[in-house]
Write a protein that binds this ligand. Structure first.
Ligand code: ZN
Length: 242
């Protein structure tokens, strides 16, 4: 089975469309979104509807989605993130809201799990930014493999402490011998210095994970952010990829 897995769309419809078109060319049987459909960008409702339109799609909730649904989740949000949530709140249709409300915090599949933040206390939206935080995550993983997002930085951690830079054209082999944590990066707001949208394809028969980076119309997405009256830095950072 080939799973298309991506995260952190953040209302960037141009990036999402580019990812879906590219991934359809690669081929997939299942689709998993790791959360943060909304926030930051100009098209929250369209992004939720686009993913929800795929019968094979499943998803978990992200911290921005949770903040939209529950204002008490906004307490640690900075003013820029809050502006994105208030904008999304005004524009999300009832169907999209119901879709987000129905999302679980983790999903279990045969041999792997999907979660927005760390598998350790996912409801606390813990970041995995360092090997120590990865170690904590491995302790709480009952499956050998987990796909996560949240940091917008694609990277692979393995249980024996090896951190692999996650680059296109360099598939990562995953086996059940040692636990592996795969951060799939971000569709709509990459923060690793590469402005292209990120997604992965996990082939459960080949035991491989491949990352893809896709160019999209950044100028259009950035112009829409400015037209919407969202903070200008949200447009700038799309170009910087950081
Ligand atoms: Zn995010």
């Amino acid at each position: 089975m080939r799973y298309l897995i991506f995260s952190d769309i953040h209302s960037n419809l141009e990036a999402l469309e580019a990812v879906l078109t590219h991934a359809e060319g690669e081929g997939f049987d299942g689709m998993i979104c790791l959360g943060d459909f909304v926030g930051y960008g100009a098209n929250p409702d369209e992004c939720v509807q686009r993913v929800a339109s795929y019968e094979e799609a499943s998803a978990v909730v992200g911290n921005h989605d949770a903040a939209l649904l529950d204002p008490s989740e906004r307490q640690f949000f900075n003013p820029v993130a809050t502006a994105g949530i208030l904008y999304s709140e005004d524009r999300l249709g009832e169907d999209s809201k119901a879709y987000l409300q129905g999302l679980p915090i983790t999903l279990d599949f045969d041999g792997f799990m999907a979660v927005h933040s760390s598998p350790a206390f996912p409801e606390h939206w813990t970041y995995v930014l360092q090997p120590g935080e990865a170690t904590e995550a491995f302790r709480s993983m009952i499956r050998p493999l987990a796909f996560i997002g949240h940091t917008h930085f694609p990277i692979v951690y393995t249980e024996d402490g090896f951190i692999k830079p996650f680059v296109p054209g360099d598939p990562v082999v995953v086996d059940s011998e040692r636990k592996v944590l795969v951060n799939v990066g971000s569709v709509g707001q990459p923060r690793d210095g590469d402005s292209r949208a990120a997604y992965v394809i996990y082939d459960s028969e080949e035991h491989s994970v491949r990352i893809f980076r896709v160019e999209y119309d950044i100028d259009r997405a950035a112009a829409k952010i400015l037209d919407a009256g969202l903070p200008p830095m949200l447009a700038d950072r799309l170009r910087r990829g950081y």
